[in-house]
Design a protein around this ligand. Structure first.
Ligand SMILES: *Cc1c(COP(=O)(O)O)cnc(C)c1O
Length: 413
C-alpha cells in the first residue's frame, strides 16, 4: 500500500469551537488563504505587506510605522519583542495573574533578564497603584503585561499604566493575543511601546501569524543593538556580546529591514498566513473595531446570562472579565471531562478545560471572532443544558436559553 493511499485526504469533522481559542475561522479568511502564492519581492506581494501594516495600525489604534507580522504563532510575536528588547541583566517587571504572565517570565529569563514579579490570586487583576509601587521598588527597564489572560479569563486594565511607565522611564509591553478585536485596546492613547497579538482568538483566523506594533522609542532600543554591513545587517559589529540580539529569526531589526523599503532578505514571508492576517483585519475593520468589541461584549453577556440561568457559578472578578471568555465553575458531583466529551462527541461542540490551579475546577467557554454569534451561543447553552440533565445535574430547565435571549432583546450591535 502506498503512503498516499494509506491516509485519506484531509477532511476534518465539523466542530463548533467554543473554547478559549482556536475558534472556527471566518470562511472569508479561509478563502483568502487558498489564494495562489507570489514571489516575495513581487511588487504585488510587497504592496500586500504594506497594506497589512496599514490595516494593523488601525486595529492596534496606533500611528506606529513599525506595525507588521512575525511569522509564527502568537508566541513568536511575544518572543520577538522580548528577545529584541531585553539585554542580559536588564530588570523586567511582570505582574502575573495567570499562565501567560508566567510565560513572559519564562521567556524573559531565557533572555537572561533579572525578572521581578508581583502576583494576585487567579481570578483577579492588579490596580494601577500596585503596579506603580512595584515599579518604584524594582526600577525595571521593561514592564511586561498580559491584557487578557485566557487561563483565568481576566482582563488587566492598561489605560493608566502608560503614564506611569513614562514617568519612570519604563518600556511598556502587552500581550494582547486573546483580547485584540474583542476588548478595547488603544496602543497610542495608552502609551504602549510594544503590543503583540495572534489571529486565532477575536480576529477569526487560524493561528500562525503574530501581528505586532512597536513605538519609535522601542524601535530605537532595537536599532541600537544591530549594525549594517554591505547591505546586510549582521550582529558582528555590535559592541560586546551583551548587546547582541541572540536570535536571528526573531531579530526585529532584521525583520523591520525586510518589511521596510530596503527589503533586505531575511525569511520568506509566510504568504498564505499574510493573506489570512490581511483578511482578518479587513473583516473587523469592515464591521468597525468598536462594533466588533461591542459584539463580543453582547455575546459574552448572553453566554454569562445563560450560564447563570442554568444555575452555574462563574469564576473570577466579573468586573474585570474579558468579553470573549467565560470561566464556569464545574458544579460539585459533575465530572468536567465527561461533560466536555459528551459535548464533543454528541454535539460536535468544543469547550475548554483549564490548567494550573484551576485544573478540573472550571470550564472555559469562548464567544469570539467568527463564533461571537447568537446561534453559537444558543446552541452551546442548549447542548450544555442537555448534557448536564443527562448526567443528573438538576438545572432549571429551559431557563438558560430564555436568559440569553433576554440579553439579545435588550441590546444588539
Ligand atoms: C491564546 C494565547 C496565546 C497563544 O499563543 P500561541 O503561540 O498562538 O499558541 C498567547 N497569549 C495569550 C494571552 C493567549 O490567550
Amino acid at each position: 500500500m502506498s503512503e498516499s493511499s494509506k491516509f485519506d485526504q484531509i477532511n476534518p469533522p465539523y466542530r463548533l469551537l467554543m473554547g478559549p481559542g482556536p475558534i472556527n475561522a471566518d470562511p472569508r479568511v479561509l478563502r483568502a488563504m487558498s489564494s495562489q502564492l507570489l514571489g516575495q519581492y513581487d511588487p504585488v506581494m510587497t504592496n500586500y505587506m504594506n497594506q497589512v501594516m496599514e490595516l494593523y495600525r488601525a486595529l492596534f489604534r496606533t500611528k506606529n510605522h513599525w506595525t507588521l507580522l512575525v511569522d509564527g504563532t502568537s508566541r513568536s510575536g511575544i518572543e520577538a519583542v522580548l528577545v529584541s528588547a531585553i539585554r542580559p541583566g536588564d530588570k523586567v517587571l511582570v505582574p502575573v495573574f495567570g499562565r501567560f504572565g508566567h510565560l513572559l517570565c519564562e521567556i524573559a529569563r531565557r533572555c537572561r533578564a533579572e525578572v521581578h514579579t508581583i502576583e494576585v490570586p487567579w481570578g483577579q487583576v492588579f490596580s494601577a497603584d500596585q503596579i506603580e509601587d512595584a515599579i518604584k521598588k524594582v526600577r525595571p527597564r521593561l514592564l511586561l503585561t498580559v491584557q487578557g489572560d485566557t487561563s483565568t479569563t481576566m482582563l488587566q486594565p492598561l489605560a493608566e499604566l502608560g503614564d506611569i511607565c513614562r514617568r519612570h522611564g519604563v518600556l511598556f509591553y502587552t500581550d494582547a493575543t486573546a483580547s485584540l478585536g474583542g476588548n478595547a485596546l488603544a496602543t497610542d492613547a495608552w502609551g504602549l511601546d510594544a503590543v503583540s497579538a495572534g489571529l486565532q482568538k477575536c480576529l477569526a483566523g487560524p493561528s500562525g501569524s503574530a501581528p505586532i506594533t512597536l513605538s519609535p522609542q522601542f524601535v530605537e532600543v532595537v536599532r541600537r543593538r544591530q549594525c549594517v554591513e554591505q547591505g546586510i545587517r549582521t550582529a558582528d559589529h555590535v559592541d560586546g556580546d551583551d548587546e547582541m540580539i541572540y536570535s536571528n529569526y526573531f531579530d526585529l531589526g532584521m525583520i523591520m529591514d525586510y518589511w521596510g523599503p530596503e527589503r533586505l532578505n531575511h525569511h520568506t514571508e509566510a504568504t498564505s498566513m499574510l493573506f489570512a492576517a490581511r483578511e482578518c483585519a479587513r473583516v473587523i475593520l469592515e464591521e468597525g473595531l468598536e462594533c466588533s468589541v461591542a459584539r463580543h461584549q453582547l455575546h459574552g453577556a448572553a453566554m454569562l446570562a445563560g450560564i447563570q440561568g442554568l444555575g452555574l457559578e462563574v469564576f473570577g472578578d466579573q468586573s474585570h472579565r474579558m468579553n470573549n471568555v467565560l470561566g464556569v465553575i464545574i458544579p460539585p458531583g459533575v465530572q468536567g471531562e465527561q461533560v466536555r466529551q459528551m459535548l464533543l462527541n454528541d454535539f460536535a461542540i468544543e469547550i475548554g478545560t483549564s490548567f494550573g490551579p484551576l485544573q478540573g475546577k472550571i470550564w472555559r467557554i469562548g464567544t469570539m471572532g467568527y463564533n461571537a454569534r447568537k446561534d453559537c451561543v444558543l446552541q452551546t447553552l442548549a447542548a450544555l443544558e442537555a448534557v448536564l440533565n443527562r448526567l443528573g445535574f438538576a438545572s432549571r430547565q429551559g431557563e438558560a436559553l430564555q436568559a440569553a435571549w433576554n440579553v439579545y432583546t435588550a441590546g444588539s450591535c
